[in-house]
Design a protein around this ligand. Structure first.
Ligand SMILES: Nc1ncnc2c1ncn2[C@@H]1O[C@H](COP(=O)(O)OP(=O)(O)OP(=O)(O)O)[C@@H](O)[C@H]1O
Ligand SMILES: [Mg+2]
Length: 251
């Protein structure tokens, strides 16, 4: 029998080491993270602390160097590439900072793209689903346009529709408001909040604390580790302190 309360996502002791030339970068160390179904988690922290690396691992775009990852009670670290691709296509929706729409496909073709790899959506079902998600993000009136004909905010709404089209178990968003002005950033943030209210599970990376605080839970990262809020604030404060001698030496 399925245990109802087991988390949708369960990371244990996840590490990630990048090797480049002589350099070894410990991008993630000992990461423990649980995300329950219906959660809206924001991951925040300074540049280079490992947020995107963590999201890539959650989205099965990259492998951890160590540790375990269970998604919907399935061990997904040991899967072969075909099985990984299948889990990615059916379970995960991505939203990127730079929208990443395909410029020579129309809005509706972009949104339909994830469904073309799905045996469980025939043409009619895919068309119906595309109409539904475009309606949801308020972009029906631009279905036949190309991404280049849309504003940044509109492009991101289309990207959200594309992420939603395959009815994923979780939406992963890496700085979804990062390329947008405050007005459009706010609109995309409100859209994510609305999706969450309707039951979506979301994990969003944002270095903007004002956006991160609107999630139901904030995960703070520093140097590849998840830290509690007090530690985060203390270390952030320490690092922000000017060091006059060093500044003088550099200048
Ligand atoms: N493919 C790679 N090869 C080598 N090092 C990498 C690679 N990807 C990331 N890194 C390193 O891993 C660390 C974490 O990078 P990551 O992109 O996860 O940071 P981030 O928190 O998303 O930063 P930002 O806020 O600037 O997007 C950084 O030191 C980065 O230089
Ligand atoms: Mg990043």
């Amino acid at each position: 029998m399925k245990h109802v309360s087991s988390p949708l996502i369960e990371l244990k002791g996840v590490g990630k080491i990048f090797h480049t030339d002589e350099l070894e970068t410990h991008a993630l160390s000992g990461v423990q993270l649980e995300i329950a179904q219906g959660d809206f988690v924001a991951i925040t922290g300074p540049s280079g602390c490992g947020k995107s690396t963590l999201l890539s691992i959650l989205g099965l775009l990259d492998f951890p160097s160590g540790g375990s990852y269970r998604l919907a009670e399935q061990d997904v670290v040991g899967l072969d590439s075909r099985a990984r691709a299948s889990v990615r296509n059916t379970r995960i929706g991505f939203i990127f900072q730079a929208f990443n729409l395909i410029s020579d496909l129309t809005v509706e073709e972009n949104v339909a793209l994830p469904l073309t790899y799905r045996a469980d959506y025939d043409r009619a079902q895919a068309q119906k689903r595309v109409r539904e998600v475009l309606e949801l993000v308020g972009m029906t009136h631009r279905a036949r346009h190309y991404p280049g004909q849309l504003s940044g905010g509109q492009q991101q709404r289309v990207a959200v529709a594309r992420a939603l089209s395959g009815q994923p178990a979780i939406l992963l968003a890496d700085e979804p408001t990062g390329n947008l002005d405050s007005h459009n950033g706010e609109a995309v943030m409100q859209l994510l909040e609305e999706l969450h209210r309707d039951g979506a599970t979301i994990c969003m990376v944002s270095h903007d604390l004002a956006f991160a605080r609107r999630a139901s839970r904030i995960v703070h990262m520093l140097d590849g580790r998840i830290v509690d809020e007090d530690t985060f604030e203390r270390l952030r404060h320490e690092r922000d302190m000017p060091i006059p001698v060093l500044q003088g030496a550099v200048g």
